[in-house]
Design a protein around this ligand. Structure first.
Ligand code: ADP
Ligand code: MG
Length: 344
């Protein structure tokens, strides 16, 4: 069956689960490990690995992901980032190389999206109820939005590299760094590294909406990742890609939202207006050298909306796939770089 070698990158959590059931049942010669982390699911599919290794690998994966969570999670008061957010001074704070890497890349993508991807958007995320704070009971006032916006800005955050290690520094005491948008990609890259360290060359690793593959699947074919149609309950595939060792990540506006005063409130915030995005771009999928990069870009593209996202993809030569709402249906767009990964 074809589904044997299809891995589904779902466009909703539901798709992610239901869409991949067959994969798990049918792929008897692949070793499949699964678990939960960062409020989402992780999955590892391995080819040519003895089932005897299952237990140890399961533990190692969970440990690696739990470590990342302890560094990056704004939901955990004792995480490294939460402690940095609580710190009110402007002295450089020592951080791990991991943390320096994720912030450096996030700042770079932030600059290239002219601040649309902004990891300092935390106060706005919290104001709109998508952070550890509760959901608001009414739409925040302009004054509240302005006050939260005044606490954001990439220019207030710096990574300092010294011979003895890396540091983070802020020049705004209330700056609140939210790495949620890049966490899944970052963790996915870590799982890939773990597999390499374990001498495993044929793997598909995935955390939430980010996936990275290397080598071949259990049938000896390239791993294939399916992008699902956003509305299709029958598991229909919108496009199918061979990642050729790259990472892929999808960000969508329909996955995480609530309704308030008749408005649909998305968890992706436009840092310029301080309000949740409202345009017709349903999802942005990016393929990049690392899952972290893909995960950083997809959010920026979502904020930009259809036209600006296309322009950015072309300007930066990104491999991008967009799904756009049109009437009751959807249209899609892909950049030439993305096209190179698409399977017939
Ligand atoms: P998901 O996989 O849950 O869809 P995304 O990768 O799309 O996650 O990131 C969404 C999260 O990123 C939000 O919940 C919020 O914490 C944060 N966020 C929202 N808007 C922005 C933005 N403009 N730039 C950076 N992070 C953002
Ligand atoms: Mg993202």
């Amino acid at each position: 069956m074809r589904k044997n070698w299809l891995y589904c990158i779902g466009l909703t959590a539901l798709f992610l689960l239901s869409g991949c059931d067959n994969h798990q049942r049918d792929a008897d010669s692949a070793l499949i490990l699964e678990g939960r982390t960062m409020g989402t699911f992780w999955r590892v599919s391995l080819a040519g690995v003895s089932p005897d290794r299952r237990e140890k690998l399961q533990k190692q994966v969970q440990q690696r992901l739990d470590n990342d969570d302890r560094e990056l999670s704004t939901w955990k008061p004792e995480s490294v980032i939460s402690r940095f957010n609580r710190y009110r001074g402007s002295e450089p704070q020592p951080v791990s190389d991991n943390m320096a890497d994720i912030v450096t890349l996030s700042l770079r993508i932030g600059q290239k999206t002219r601040g649309e991807m902004d990891i300092t958007v935390g106060p706005l995320v919290n104001l709109w109820g998508f952070g550890p704070d509760k959901q608001p009971i009414r739409i925040p006032s302009q004054a509240q939005i302005d006050a939260a916006r005044a606490l954001t800005g990439l220019q207030h955050l710096r990574v300092i590299q010294r011979s003895e290690g890396a540091y983070l520094q802020k020049d705004l005491p209330d700056l609140y760094v939210d790495l949620s948008t890049v966490g899944e990609g970052f963790a996915t890259d870590h799982l890939a590294r773990l597999m390499e360290q374990e001498g495993i060359n044929n793997y598909l690793v995935s955390v939430g909406g980010a996936v990275l593959t290397r080598g071949k699947n259990a049938q000896g074919n390239p791993w294939k990742v399916a992008i699902q149609k956003p509305t299709d309950k029958e598991n229909a595939v919108q496009a199918r890609v061979d990642l050729q060792g790259h990472g892929i990540s999808t960000s969508g506006s329909y996955r995480n939202y609530y309704e308030l005063d008749g408005q649909r409130i998305s968890h992706i915030i436009d840092p310029e207006t301080g309000r949740p995005i409202q345009h017709k771009l349903v999802s942005a999928t990016v393929i990049a050298t690392t899952a972290l990069e893909a995960d950083g870009w997809d959010t920026g593209l979502m904020v930009l909306g259809e036209e600006k996202a296309k322009a950015l993809a072309l300007r930066e030569h990104l491999a991008v796939y967009l799904i756009i709402r049109q009437g009751n249906g959807f249209t899609t767009w892909m950049s030439p770089q993305f096209n190179a990964f698409v399977l017939p």
